[in-house]
Each structure stands twice: as C-alpha cells, then as structure tokens.
Ligand binder design. Sequence first.
Ligand SMILES: [Zn+2]
Length: 228
Amino acid sequence: MRGYELQRSKRKTVSVIIRDGALTVRAPLKTPRAAIDKFVESKEAWIADKLARHAETALALKDVADCKAVLLYGGTYPIAFSDAVKKIELRPESLAVPFKLAANGKNSDNAALKRALGRWLKNTAAAELSRRLDDVSVRCAIPYAGFKLTNAKTKWGSCDNKGVIRLNWRLIMTEPFLTDYVIIHELCHTLYHNHSSKFWAEVAKLIPNYKSVRSLLKRRSAITMLYR
Ligand SMILES: [Zn+2]
C-alpha cells in the first residue's frame, strides 16, 4: 500500500491530490481507513503517472543545475561539447557548446560553463521575449510603452504605471503558452494597475483557461532559481 498524508474534514467525498511529488488524501471525518485505502488503490495508475512526471521534471531541473542540459521553450536540450563550434549553438536535439567550456574531470567546478550558458539564454531571451511581446500586443490590441528584461528573484513579470513591461529572462525556459500568459497578464496591467475583478475579466477574455495556466506557471517557480 502506498503511503499518503490523510487530511480529514467536513467534506462529502474522498479525493487524492499530488503536490511537489507528495500524495495527500482528503476524506470525510467518518470514512473508514479501509475504504480510503481502497479508493487510493483504485487511483494507483493515475497516482503513479503523476509521480513519475514529477520525478522527470525534477530530474530535468537537476541536469540543468549540473549544466548537463538547458531548458528552452519548455523542452530539455542536452549539452553536447563540440570542437566544431566557436560559440554556443542551438541544434534540433541538443545545445552545441564549444569544447573549451567543458569542465575537466568530475570535481572541477563548472562556474565558467554555467555563466556562459546563463549569458546565452539571457541573450536569447532578450530577442525572443521582445519579439513575443510585440506579437501578443498586436494580437490583443493592447499597446505598451517599453520593454525591459529583468533578473527578478521570484517575479515573472511586472508593469509600471507608465506602461513599461518587465519580463524575467528565465521565462525563455518555460513553455511558450506560459510566457504568453505572463505577457498578457502584464499587458492587461497597462489597462488596470491592480488585480481587481475587472483586471481578471480582461485576462479571461484573452485566455479563458487562465486559471489552469496560472497554476501550471506556479509549478515552474523552481526555474527562477536557475543560473544564480
Ligand atoms: Zn499582476
């Protein structure tokens, strides 16, 4: 039997949730433990799938932290050291990195490689995010006054009262639809400088399923810690 955290409350049904790789079961106050166990067992395939996916994401993040791969547009590109390239180059299946940036031996620190990868990603972000912001602004017919790239610790984006939009360069690592959500969120702030119901109504007009997109973005928060 799989282990789980049990939360009992005045609810009517049993439900299982998985957050950050941990399984929690919510149950009514009086449901017998055996019945709860049986319910959890019936969900085993779904639970196993969810937990495996979490492990996969965690693995990708570890590879990125260890400079064995980069995340770009929500995909993982393994790093391939090469004598044939003079500068970092994106290929369909990998990121070609000049051999001179390869760390020598197991224990050498890969600070130089990490810096180079961070710089490359940031440059890619500068071009790509500004292009995307332009596209989305035109598509939504919401203009903005200016664009800046940020290195913010936790925020993905912001919009000041002059209509200047700031985007975290690490957005380049997430799926494009998540980037679009952040851009649309900030564009809507040029209309409403708050999180009022009018603001969210504007967001919903442009992204009807914004709530699920937003919760997925929250699960990508570990990305904001990369290349620090
Ligand atoms: Zn906001």
